[in-house]
Design a protein around this ligand. Structure first.
Ligand SMILES: *Cc1c(COP(=O)(O)O)cnc(C)c1O
Length: 421
């Protein structure tokens, strides 16, 4: 039996209607920017396996460090114990995170990092004797699939059956030059009853909303207003973190720094799951007390797993290396040239680019997981390129280490798709 056949027996895949889409491609190997399947086909990983393996698959610099760590200390409970990989990672992260970030809290994935951030914000007010129960989020935002994260997410395709069970969330449109005055008014109005605990947003790029991009200036003004009202601001950088926007963190484009930042995905360079919720000293201080109950009683079994910390440390080192920074610059230039070339194509409605993220909207109506979208996905795979269109948006977010040749192949395959569909 092939892997594809054996898969069907017991496995249930994420985000999949198995009746319509029973088949899954079996990947046996990955190296650099390339995935290899069980039939010997190669695919350029144009989305870095959901923006995780930004330094390339099976990067020996990272795998060696992790292997060494595994032989030294595999795991120890992080409540009551500590270890050097976590300590060193906290030191290195605080150096590169926005200036106001001081404390690092570990969890397991992007969704839990968001749940942690919401709980931190709610308890911050609770500990300060201020009962606030509402969160403001952006329309079209995506923050994960656990209950707290799902509550603040605005993408209804995922949320339908669960909406009656959500925490209290008010949603505002993403502010831009056209709507800013209205959005600002709406924002201020929601804040008047002093019930808003937090404002959560994906800074500059809404990933799951199809790489929608917005200017920093408008979010910045909302952040200033929020801070004025004592609202905890949360930047979900699970997707944008670690160099993808051309800066280490998208929050660096902001003047008003968020109180809390959520990180995961490429945090561990694509090796193992781990997440971090960082916060300012002010947030942390609200939990310091002689009262036990004012502490933050949230903890995951694998918190700060040493091997995951080792992977993250190696990733942070690579991110700051000249080699990776040069590659990031090169990808940015290359995307801009492609954008110029493609933007007036009759099938292209809009293009956008920030850092190594490039997206184009097709002049076609497509359901998010509709048939045409699957045909397009299959077309790319048959041409040796792994791109997962989001509705009618095709986006590229490849590993930084992708070669010029591989990037060129992605571009020409997209052009071929434009002529085919
Ligand atoms: C992927 C993502 C999440 C959820 O992360 P998981 O690890 O899949 O739980 C949260 N926020 C953003 C912005 C993301 O892109």
């Amino acid at each position: 039996m092939t892997l594809r056949e054996r898969d069907k027996k017991h496995l249930w895949h994420p985000l999949t209607q198995h009746k319509l889409h029973p088949d899954h491609i079996a990947i046996t190997k990955a190296k650099g920017a390339v995935l290899y399947d069980d039939k010997g086909n190669e695919y350029i990983d144009g989305i870095a396996s959901w923006y995780t393996c930004m330094y390339g698959h099976c990067n020996p610099y990272i795998t060696n460090k992790v292997a060494k760590q595994m032989e030294q200390l595999d795991h120890v409970v992080f409540a009551g114990f500590t270890h050097e990989p976590a300590i060193k990672l906290s030191e290195e992260l605080i150096k590169i995170l926005p200036d106001n970030q001081e404390k690092i809290f570990f969890s397991d994935n992007g969704s839990t990092s968001v749940d942690v951030s919401i709980k931190m914000a709610l308890q911050y007010h609770f500990n300060n004797g201020d009962k606030r129960n509402k969160v403001i989020a952006l329309e079209g935002g995506f923050h994960g699939d656990t209950f707290g994260a799902m509550s603040v997410s605005g993408l209804s395709v995922y949320n339908g059956p669960f909406e009656d069970f959500f925490i209290d969330v008010e949603r505002i449109p993403v502010p831009d030059a056209n709507n800013f005055n209205e959005v600002k008014k709406q924002f201020e109005k929601i804040l008047t009853d002093h019930k808003v605990a937090a404002f959560i947003f994906e800074p500059l790029v809404q990933g799951a909303a199809a790489m929608k991009m917005h200017e920093a200036a408008f979010i910045d003004e909302l952040l200033a207003i929020a801070k004025n009202k004592g609202v905890v601001t949360i930047a979900d950088e699970v997707m944008t973190g670690f160099g993808k926007t051309g800066k280490n963190f998208a929050s660096e484009y902001l003047q008003n720094l968020p109180d809390i930042i959520c990180l995961s995905k490429s945090l561990t360079a694509g090796l193992v799951p781990m997440a971090i919720t960082s916060c300012s000293q002010q947030i942390y201080n609200a939990f310091l007390s002689d009262e036990l109950g004012k502490g933050f009683f949230h903890g995951h079994t694998y918190s700060a797993n040493p091997t995951a910390c080792a992977a993250a440390l190696a990733g942070v080192e690579l991110l700051q290396s000249d080699e990776i920074q040069t590659r990031i610059e090169r990808v940015i230039k290359s995307h801009r040239t492609f954008e110029e070339k493609i933007k007036n194509h009759p099938k292209v409605k809009e293009t956008r680019q920030l850092g190594v993220i490039f997206a184009l909207d097709l002049n076609l109506e497509m359901e998010r997981y509709g048939n045409l979208r699957y045909q397009l996905f299959n077309f790319f795979m048959e041409n040796g390129v792994c791109l997962r269109p989001l509705g009618s948006t095709i986006y590229i977010l490849a590993p930084f280490v992708i070669t010029d040749e591989q990037l060129h192949k992605i571009y020409t395959t997209i052009e071929k798709a434009l002529d085919t569909f």
